[in-house]
Design a protein around this ligand. Structure first.
Ligand SMILES: C[S@@+](CC[C@H](N)C(=O)[O-])C[C@H]1O[C@@H](n2cnc3c(N)ncnc32)[C@H](O)[C@@H]1O
Length: 189
């Protein structure tokens, strides 16, 4: 299921972004840098990607992955919580971001103690929503099998329900708090 969520998210993004060149994108949970690299390659040299993580190891792993793939030049890496993303982004990103990726949970092959949780994920989702351009989207992959994961999943689902009139929502998975699920949340024009 895990792999499928990532693949699904990338296919969704590729399809929606294929006609845009040089867009702004955010990876809110850089981790090992797979989504950051994907976004950097899609955004191209005229685009820019900002990636956030609270773990130095994650930021370094992401930097290495980008370097190896010659994709570091159009990415800014921030060692800080995604709930503070707006503080670090230039003014002209507001209302002008095409994609924000969230991949909730813990860093694979690392401690499960450091993970996303609802108290910061919800403010970050609100922040991401405000940054989006009309037609821009949030890709939200929700993994639940860690301490607090069910609670985070339930509260994120609730957040999503409140957006229904303002967003077009695409889903994979059941949104029940036990199984991993994914949503693509497109801001209506
Ligand atoms: C499931 S991993 C992300 C995987 C990543 N997308 C990849 O491609 O490898 C979740 C990441 O979220 C990070 N994280 C936890 N709380 C965070 C926060 N408040 N702000 C930013 N990142 C956070 C963790 O350190 C972890 O690296």
């Amino acid at each position: 299921m895990k792999t499928n969520l990532v693949r699904f998210a990338h296919d969704f993004a590729r399809e929606r972004l294929k006609t845009r060149n040089g867009f702004f994108a955010v990876d809110a949970t850089a981790g090992n840098g797979h989504d950051t690299l994907f976004l950097a390659q899609l955004a191209g040299e005229n685009g820019r990607v900002a990636a956030f993580d609270i773990q130095p190891d994650a930021i370094e792993a992401t930097r290495e992955r980008l370097k190896k793939n010659n994709a570091l030049a159009n990415v800014d890496l921030f060692l800080c919580g995604h709930e503070d993303m707006a503080k670090h982004l230039p003014e002209n990103w507001r209302g002008n971001v095409s994609a924000v990726f969230f991949n909730l949970g813990y860093l694979p092959r690392s401690t499960r103690q450091i993970k996303t949780h609802a108290e910061t994920t919800l403010p970050a989702l609100n922040c991401a929503w405000n940054l989006l351009a009309p037609g821009g989207f949030i890709s939200l992959a929700v993994y639940t099998r860690h301490e607090g994961g069910f609670d985070e999943s339930a509260r994120v689902s609730e957040w999503l329900e409140h957006l229904r009139s303002r967003a077009e929502i695409f889903s994979l998975g059941t949104h029940n708090p036990v199984e991993p699920w994914w949503a693509g949340i497109v801001k209506k024009a």
